[in-house]
Write a protein that binds this ligand. Structure first.
Ligand code: ADP
Ligand code: MG
Length: 708
């Protein structure tokens, strides 16, 4: 049901939201009498459930100054809309005072399919759908959210007073947003809301048009209070059975056995194999029932169809959790596979057995000796990872390892029949072994609002970086209001995650880049960068890249130049930020590392970025090695000597050669290894580094503000 302008405004007025006093006239005499009471000038509009955009239908008359004009407008609106919208049911004509002109903004609400009630703010009026200059926040709003929502739109400059125009009353807009947020949460039957436009003036803010869509049966908060147990037993079980264990190196039952052995799992291992009396020299059993002891965890690599009867055996052996590697479940889309999954879930639930998967790689926990890939590092680290897709889990783990990150726990959880992103995030947020959490999620299984709550709780303790797959497919729905057509999940995801204190990233490599920044760099709190390392052209471009990302490449302070003059540097007067490698003279006091070290000591710089610039040299291998290792060692000294955030750019594009397998690669790999030994962050490009630092600054600013 849609409330018309008059009804909607009545409801809003009761909630303390400022609207123009709007009455419904059903005759010309009515309209004239009302305008006399309200005071001139007035605005008049058609009221019809069939007319959504009143002005398009010729149903709006503004600035009516006399009773005659009102009477005439009444006739014109009725006749005009009858002509333009024949058959539309006309309920009457609204009459309201003309509001003093201001900047038109929109405040609206829509139901995001994932997160529920979501507020929208932007430049409003008739241009809203054209400009799409809007921001989103999930309710309930904090005062900080309201302030940020307004500041975030491009049109903020207009609101803050553009070219001599007076600024509008921003506080009044913030208050209106907060009141609307309260109103929405107190009225779960409200499905959509449009205040379009709200007039923002130097004095205040007032809604001159309103529309509300009501759904009597609806509620916003569908709270799912599922208890997420401590899941310690899936990471640290005292015994593991491998169903489908095998001596055939081409099978997953072989792999999982081999990983347990190679990663030095310390508990008891029970291979289950119909064919083999022994697997990898460990006594095997034909089924779970024949195992003489209790079993805590199972890795299941046989057909899903055998699972229901297998579960009975598990119950008898006291099994607490099963990693179901096997696929061909619900992801096939087949009805019988879905039914089978449901049967498995219900049965496991009745036995109090937790399930991971199906259709997933399972657990990598070097501390306890679990892995799903022979090449993963064996040493444990502090990164926790929640990764829905199996392929991406290996991809992310390997790339992260190359960048020097190590994991506490990484879980690939697949179809999430039981254990889902909520359970895992809850666990990792409490896990003392985990300092940073990364997640790649394709579809939330838990309730979106609960997920945000959990993100908020997590972000107060440790950084949470998340990449969501499939955002572009979740397009806008067909809806009745401006607000709902503007929203669409893809646009709400990022602000909602940020609002909760999480760090949304666009792709899975960015999960790694962000984690590198958080793991290896001290907090970065300012935007002034000291940089250098390559020659003229590339340096110039890197300045552009820093600046377009909102950073300041501060010119070199004169005292640093003087310092190099004292040291006898030949080109002391040419030195600048960025430090230019092409003006180095062999044996001179000026070297790029020496200059960056001085910048690092200087209070004008917030952080230092050195470009290894292995690509802009004409040297042979020996000269190159000499030069680059000396330079790199110089950089490493900076990192050791000063506390200021410092990182390297090490390109990972093919360099200098027609052959991919070139000595240059191997030398560069050596430099990376050196950097990792010294725990120094590096990024593949300046652009990527700038993106990460930008996020880090937001993160450290936000961290201090997170409200309970
Ligand atoms: P619709 O959105 O259905 O076309 P509105 O009620 O938003 O109709 O009116 C269209 C435009 O008329 C608004 O964008 C605003 O510029 C102007 N307007 C509407 N109501 C008033 C009012 N009370 N005072 C001044 N201008 C108004
Ligand atoms: Mg309108």
């Amino acid at each position: 049901m849609i409330l018309n302008e008059v009804e909607a405004k009545q409801m809003l007025k009761k909630a303390g939201i400022k609207v123009t006093d709007t009455r419904l006239a059903i005759s010309q005499e009515d309209a004239v009498a009302m305008s006399r009471e309200l005071g001139f000038p007035v605005a008049m509009k058609i009221i019809s459930p069939d007319i959504v955009h009143k002005s398009d239908a010729g149903g709006v008359k503004l600035g009516l100054k006399t009773e005659e004009e009102v009477a005439q407008a009444y006739e014109e609106i009725i006749n005009g809309t009858r002509l333009k919208c024949p058959g539309a049911k006309i309920q009457g004509i609204s009459v309201q005072p003309s509001a003093p002109a201001g900047i038109e903004v929109i405040i609206g609400m829509t139901e995001d399919p994932q997160f529920g009630a979501t507020l929208v703010f932007g430049l409003g009026g008739i241009l809203v759908e054209l400009l799409q200059d809007v921001s989103f926040r999930v309710t309930p709003l904090t005062p900080a959210d309201a302030a940020e929502m307004i500041k975030q739109i491009k049109g903020y400059k207009l609101l803050a007073g553009f070219r001599g125009q007076p600024a509008v009353n921003i506080t009044a807009l913030e208050e209106m947003l907060l009141k609307v947020s309260e109103f929405i949460d107190a009225n779960p039957q409200v499905k959509e809301l449009d205040l379009n436009p709200v007039f923002a003036t130097a004095e205040g803010a007032i809604a001159v048009d309103a529309r509300i869509v009501i759904d009597e049966g609806a509620t916003h908060a569908k709270i799912d209070n599922r208890e997420t147990d401590r899941l310690d037993f899936i990471f640290y079980p005292v015994s593991v059975a491998v169903a489908g264990a095998s001596n055939n190196p081409n099978s997953r039952g072989y792999d999982f056995m081999a990983h347990l052995i190679n990663f030095n799992y310390q508990g008891k291992i029970y291979p289950i194999s119909l064919k083999n009396p022994e697997v990898m020299e460990i006594k095997a059993y034909p089924d779970i029932n024949s195992i003489p002891d209790n079993v805590e965890h199972v890795i299941y690599c046989i057909g899903l169809e055998n699972m229901p009867s297998f579960l009975d055996g598990c119950a008898a052996k006291g099994v607490r959790s099963i990693h179901i590697f096997s696929a061909r479940g619900a992801e096939t889309g087949r009805a019988d596979a879905k039914a089978l999954e449901m049967e498995i879930r219900e049965k496991a639930k009745s036995y109090n057995i937790r399930l991971l998967g199906p259709n997933c790689m399972g657990i990598y926990c070097p501390e306890s000796g679990f892995s799903f890939c022979a090449d993963f590092p064996k040493e444990k680290g502090n990164i926790g990872a929640i990764i829905q897709s199996g392929g991406s889990s290996t991809d992310i783990a390997k790339y992260a390892a190359l960048r020097g990150l190590r994991f506490s726990k990484l879980v690939s959880y697949g179809n999430a029949l039981d254990i889902n992103e909520m359970d895992l995030l809850n666990y990792l947020s409490e896990d003392p072994e985990t300092d940073i959490i990364i997640a790649f999620i394709e579809g939330l299984r838990g309730n979106g609002r609960d997920f945000l709550k959990l993100v908020r709780k997590t972000a107060r303790k440790k950084p949470f970086i998340i990449c969501k797959g499939g955002l572009s497919q979740a397009g806008a729905r067909a809806t009745m209001s401006h607000t709902a057509s503007l929203a669409g999940s893809a646009r709400v995801w990022e602000p909602a995650i940020r609002q909760a204190g999480g760090i949304p990233v666009r792709d899975i490599d960015d999960l790694v880049h962000m984690a590198v920044g958080l793991n290896f760099l001290p907090p970065i709190r300012g935007r002034r960068v000291g940089t250098g390392g390559s020659g003229g052209g590339r340096n110039t471009v890197s300045v552009d890249e820093w600046e377009t990302n909102g950073f300041e490449v501060v010119p070199l302070p004169q005292e640093i130049r003087e310092e190099f003059r004292k040291r006898g540097a030949l080109l002391w007067d040419c030195l600048d930020n960025p430090a230019d490698r092409s003006i180095t003279v062999p044996g001179d006091a000026f070297t790029v590392p020496a200059l960056l070290l001085e910048m690092a000591k200087h209070p004008d710089y917030d952080f230092i970025c050195a470009n290894i610039a292995a690509d802009d040299h004409p040297y042979n291998r020996e000269t190159f090695k000499d030069w680059i290792f000396n330079t790199a060692e110089g950089y490493l000294t900076i990192a050791k000597e000063i506390l200021k955030p410092f990182f390297l750019i090490i390109s990972d594009r093919p360099l200098d050669s027609t052959s991919l397998d070139h000595w240059l690669w191997r030398e560069i790999a050596q430099i990376r290894t050196r950097a990792l030994e010294e725990k120094i962050a590096f990024f593949p490009t300046v652009d990527k580094a700038a993106e990460v630092v930008k996020e880090l600054i937001i993160y450290y600013q936000h961290k201090e503000k997170l409200e309970y």
